[in-house]
Ligand binder design. Structure first.
Ligand code: ZN
Length: 155
């Protein structure tokens, strides 16, 4: 699908936990299909309102700022900084058992939207304000999710 924005193709890694639940990734629908397909191709896409030009996340049919239903998909560089994080000392799902303790970040992307994702490098110590970059993890054959690594560990 044609998209405006970054040409960056993000690294795709296998999810290091157990076989992940497909139920944990965003399912394809008429609204989410471009996002889902772009993730599989190494692109992190964001909805951008065609009227007020603001990006939004999570995916929604209507702009939360101006109410417009017109939007386009733009490709994100996947860069941002950590706004908040949490370390899980136990797993709530068997797929995450071998990852314990694992960290989930809330990242503010350069485009101004916030997004949650796993801290993919488990040796890294999360910090508020830490510069991170997105990678894409393959959780199922067709299900992918963004994750984040500190900038200097991206590749
Ligand atoms: Zn808008």
């Amino acid at each position: 699908m044609a998209m405006t924005g970054s040409d960056t193709v993000l690294p795709i890694r296998e999810f290091p936990g157990g076989a992940a639940l497909g139920a944990l990734v965003i399912p394809p629908s008429s609204t989410t299909r471009p996002y889902v397909d772009n993730l599989k191709a190494g692109k992190l896409s964001l909805q951008c309102c065609s009227d007020c030009r603001r990006h939004r996340n999570p995916i929604a049919p209507v702009c939360p700022y101006c109410g417009s239903s017109a939007y386009e998909w733009t490709a994100s560089e996947g860069t941002g900084s950590v706004v908040s994080w949490v370390r899980y000392p136990r797993s709530y799902l068997p797929e995450f058992e071998r990852l314990v303790p694992y960290v989930v970040l809330c990242v503010e992307l350069t485009e101004g939207v916030r997004m949650f994702g796993r801290l993919a490098d488990t040796d890294a110590e999360p910090q508020i304000g830490m510069a991170v970059s997105a990678i894409i993890e393959r959780w199922t054959d067709d299900g992918h999710a963004p994750a984040f690594v500190p900038d200097d560990m991206r590749r």
